[in-house]
Every structure is written in structure tokens, then in C-alpha cells.
Design a protein around this ligand. Structure first.
Ligand code: ATP
Ligand code: MG
Length: 392
């Protein structure tokens, strides 16, 4: 007999039309991937997902629900017999547990899709609230309660408290594949997460410039890929040594163009890797106006060097919004570790602010670095990360 059940509200996929089954199937498959080491039952009924299993799996299930993309919320529920006494008891238990956690006010919301149940939703609320009020456990507040106890009378009867918010979006694997330019900063992991939420699956590329960038900087980016893999289910990371390319830029390019030329070289290399791994776009963490290389003119220069679409999901977001997401998804702590990335070390004192496409093209051709880029791409190191629960 199972002793724990989770009710899961689906995300945006509920808006899908005839192809909804494909999205639902992907969501179930992704959920199973998180829980493959457990013996839980996963079912989808009437726009809801139910995960049911032994109490020992509760932590695994909650880990999955915190990271799964494509669901809008979840709650752990009590199952009770379909009679009002059992409902009253379950609501009382819920209220008592909440009081211990500091809750002071509550209300009940009842839904009765089984119309054979003898009480109306209103009557269920009234009946179930009275023992909690009589025992002076919690006060009723119908407008802004600390706790809403939900009672759902369906094929079975569920009672649960406040639902947890989830990642929303569309299930990973329903939106094609992108290649994320992942640096050690705050922005690019957030850019990756936002495209995962649009259903993309993802690989990542990191440009390393040892010894100018340290092994710690590389390790930091690997750690970020590992965090993203919790949402992506699986993440392959391509580590490209760009030391020779950087040296060439330093020797041959004018100093004020060094960041922009590096950007162009990254776009070339990333496009080549995307073709190899069948990714149909690149994803970067650029945001308009954030730094000199992200003026609209310079963004156009960067983009001109690639040959597949470049998605910039953060383009209209400010740093505060981006940081909030980084904190929420668990990448922030790693991103702020102090190891510099290659762009910072090679950054010019007076970077070009409004590069023109003509000048960019001429300077890039003068670099003559196609074979260096090709070599760097073919010698890249590949690491893989899969979803796993942290036990620390
Ligand atoms: P981030 O916080 O993501 O590092 P940033 O604000 O520091 O971004 P830049 O350093 O100008 O901005 O980089 C812009 C984007 O270019 C990054 O968001 C990332 O997508 C990509 N990028 C920069 N450096 C690297 C790198 N070493 N390897 C892979 N991609 C990179
Ligand atoms: Mg950076």
C-alpha cells in the first residue's frame, strides 16, 4: 500500500491542441528519468499527474518536482476515504501540521468532481472547517490566509495544503536542440535555463584559455553545466581550448577590437560544433547594453560571424531579474566565485562601442584564424552530466 501521493499541475502544455499527447508523453518520460531508481507509479489523468509511492521515495519525488520542467505546481496530498468524517480528520491533521510550522490563519477550498458525494463544495468547506475552529487551532481568513487547505473529491478523495510553485514551461525535449555558450558568469546559465523552459534540449560549449584562465574557472563552468543538467536531464559539454586563438587576436587585432574579435571567433567555433551535434541554434547570455560588447551594433557584429540562428533569451532583462533567476535555479553561488573568464583577462581598456560590420569583416579576415578555430574545435574535450540528486 502506497503511503505517499503527489498531485502535480501541468504547465503550458495544457494549452496544446491535437498534439497534446506528444507533450504529455514527453513529460511522463522525463519524470520517469528522474525517478528511474525508484518504484513509484506515475499516472496522468484529467490534466493532472499523480506520483504515488512508498514514503522512502518522498525525497526523490520532491527533488524531481523541484527540477522538472513543464509543470506549474505540486503538492503532497493525504488520501482519505470518501466520507465527510474522513475529510474532517484529514483537514484537521493538515491544520495541525501547519500550526506547528507557524501558520495562523486558513481557509478551505473544496472541489467535488464526483457529484455522487452527498455534500456540496460549500458544505464540505463548512463541515471540515468546524473542528479546526472549535479546537481554536487556526483562525479563518478567506481573503489572505496563510494556508489554503484543498479538498478534492474525485475518484478518490485528496486533502492538501499550499501548493509549491514549479518551473512551468514546456517539457524538455519538445522544442528542438540548442547549443548554449556557457561561461562562468551569472548570465549564460540563466539563458540556458530559460530555453530549457521553452522545451529545448541542450548541449553547452565553453571556451577555455589555459593558462590565462585557470582550471578553477573551467571547473566552475563544469559545475554550472551540472546544475543545468538537473533541469535538462542530460547535458553534454564541449570544452574548447581557445588559447591559440586568443594569442592570435592579441598579436594581429587592434586592441580596442579584441573582445569583439574573440566573440566572432566563438560564434564561428560554436556554429561548427552546433552542426556536428545537430543543434539548430546557438544560445547566449547577452543582454542589451549590459557591457560594451552588448550594444546593438556590437551584438550585430557578433551575430554576423555565426551561420545559424543565435537566441538571446536575456536580451530585454535587467541584471536584477537575471540574478533573481540565478539564485532560484541554484547557479548564482557558483557563478559568483572569483575565477576570471578569458574575456575579462583580454579585455581592452577602450573597447570599440559601435563596431561596424564592414570593419569587423576586414579585421576578422586579417586574423586568418579559420584553421586555428578548426583545430580547437576538433581537439575539444567532451564531458557529460546527467540528472542526479544531491545528497549533501
Ligand atoms: P556571462 O555572465 O554569461 O558570463 P557576461 O555578462 O559576462 O555573461 P560576456 O562575458 O560579454 O557577458 O559574454 C556574453 C556571452 O557570451 C555569455 O553570456 C556567454 O553566452 C558567451 N560567452 C562569454 N564567454 C564565454 C566563454 N568563455 N565560453 C563560452 N561562452 C562564453
Ligand atoms: Mg562573462
Amino acid at each position: 500500500m502506497a503511503d505517499c501521493i503527489y498531485l502535480v499541475k501541468l504547465g503550458e502544455l495544457t494549452l496544446k491542441g491535437t498534439n497534446i499527447r506528444l507533450f504529455e508523453k514527453k513529460l511522463i518520460d522525463n519524470t520517469k528519468t528522474y525517478l528511474k531508481h525508484t518504484k513509484v507509479r506515475i499516472a496522468l489523468r484529467a490534466g493532472r499527474m499523480y506520483i504515488e509511492g512508498d514514503e522512502t521515495y518522498a525525497e526523490d519525488i520532491e527533488y524531481a518536482l523541484k527540477h522538472l520542467i513543464g509543470i506549474s505546481g505540486w503538492a503532497r496530498a493525504r488520501i482519505c476515504e470518501k466520507n465527510i468524517d474522513a475529510v474532517k480528520k484529514a483537514v484537521f491533521e493538515e491544520a495541525r501540521a501547519a500550526k506547528e510550522a507557524g501558520v495562523k490563519t486558513f481557509k478551505i477550498e473544496a472541489r467535488r468532481s464526483d457529484k455522487n458525494f452527498p455534500l456540496t463544495s460549500y458544505e464540505i468547506c463548512r463541515e471540515a472547517a468546524s473542528p479546526v475552529c472549535d479546537a481554536q487551532l487556526l483562525d479563518v481568513d478567506v481573503h489572505r490566509p496563510d494556508l489554503t487547505v484543498h479538498v478534492e473529491v474525485r475518484e478518490r478523495c485528496f486533502v492538501y495544503g499550499n501548493a509549491h510553485k514549479a518551473n512551468r514551461g514546456l517539457p524538455v525535449g519538445t522544442g528542438g536542440k540548442g547549443l548554449l555558450l556557457l561561461s562562468g558568469g551569472i548570465d549564460s546559465p540563466v539563458a540556458g535555463y530559460r530555453m530549457l523552459r521553452r522545451g529545448m534540449s541542450m548541449e553547452a560549449v565553453y571556451f577555455h584559455a589555459y593558462p590565462y584562465t585557470s582550471d578553477e574557472a573551467k571547473k566552475k563552468t563544469e559545475d554550472l553545466a551540472a546544475v543545468l543538467a538537473r533541469y535538462a536531464l542530460f547535458m553534454r559539454m564541449h570544452i574548447v581550448s581557445f588559447t591559440e586563438v586568443q594569442m592570435r587576436i592579441k598579436q594581429a587585432g587592434p586592441e580596442n577590437w579584441s573582445t569583439m574579435l574573440l566573440r566572432m571567433c566563438m560564434m564561428k567555433a560554436a556554429s561548427a560544433i552546433a552542426r556536428k551535434v545537430r543543434a539548430s541554434c546557438l544560445i547566449s547570455g547577452e543582454s542589451l547594453g549590459q557591457v560594451a560588447s552588448q550594444t546593438i551594433e556590437n551584438l550585430s557584429v557578433t551575430e554576423s560571424a555565426g551561420d545559424i540562428p543565435l537566441l538571446r533569451p536575456l536580451i530585454g532583462m535587467d541584471k536584477e531579474e537575471i540574478t533573481e533567476t540565478a539564485v532560484a535555479i541554484g547557479t548564482y553561488e557558483t557563478s559568483i566565485l572569483p575565477y576570471e573568464d578569458c574575456c575579462v583577462l583580454f579585455a581592452p581598456k577602450h573597447p570599440v562601442l559601435r563596431g561596424t560590420l564592414e570593419e569587423a569583416r576586414l579585421l576578422y579576415e586579417k586574423l586568418d584564424c579559420a584553421s586555428l578555430i578548426e583545430k580547437a574545435v576538433s581537439e575539444r574535450e567532451v564531458k557529460t552530466f546527467s540528472v542526479q540528486r544531491d545528497k549533501n
